[in-house]
Design a protein around this ligand. Sequence first.
Ligand SMILES: [Zn+2]
Length: 211
Amino acid sequence: MGEKIKKQLVEIAQLMYTKNMVNAYEGNISFRKGNRVYITPSAVCKGFLKTEMIVVTDLEGNKIEGDYKASSEIKLHLAAYRMRNDIQGVVHAHTPYATAYALANKPIETNAYPELITLFGSVPLALYGTPSTDEIYQGIGQYIEEHDIILLANHGIMAVGCDAFDAFFKLEAAESIAKTLFLAEQMGGAKPLPQNKLQELYDIKKSAKKS
Ligand SMILES: [Zn+2]
């Protein structure tokens, strides 16, 4: 089982590297299985990651297995696992468009783009916390019950899911939506949908949540 999880993390890391979503110093991916957390190591280029480089820790971040040092942002991952039991995968990155929103301290939200509204509602902005300190995760507490994707002010973006692939797909979708909204801004701004059409989208989102 451990080997299969490590392979998945390497596969996601390579995908993210190919898509210019991560580099050696930014971005980390983890998977929780029971009381173990499998996480990408610190300062290794994601394109060259090997399964034997994956670090295994307990839920407090104490190393159980691996020669490398766990990502310095492991605190963010551990906090997400502590805050919600259903989370088994966390992906954090500094993807350009989402991170631009984070640097500008703007949540990713729209009244014009149906995909964002029906899939995620919005991507809220959590308060800034100094990287690698305990502050890094404190801002996510108020949003994580309701949101699987959160912007970290002046830092980047994180997504959570039922496994690491699920979290990655959400982060990838959020980056694509952020890019589209940014481009629309350059064209004079996205044209808002009328209130009755927005209501239909809110209803779709609500019924998707129930099912
Ligand atoms: Zn980061």
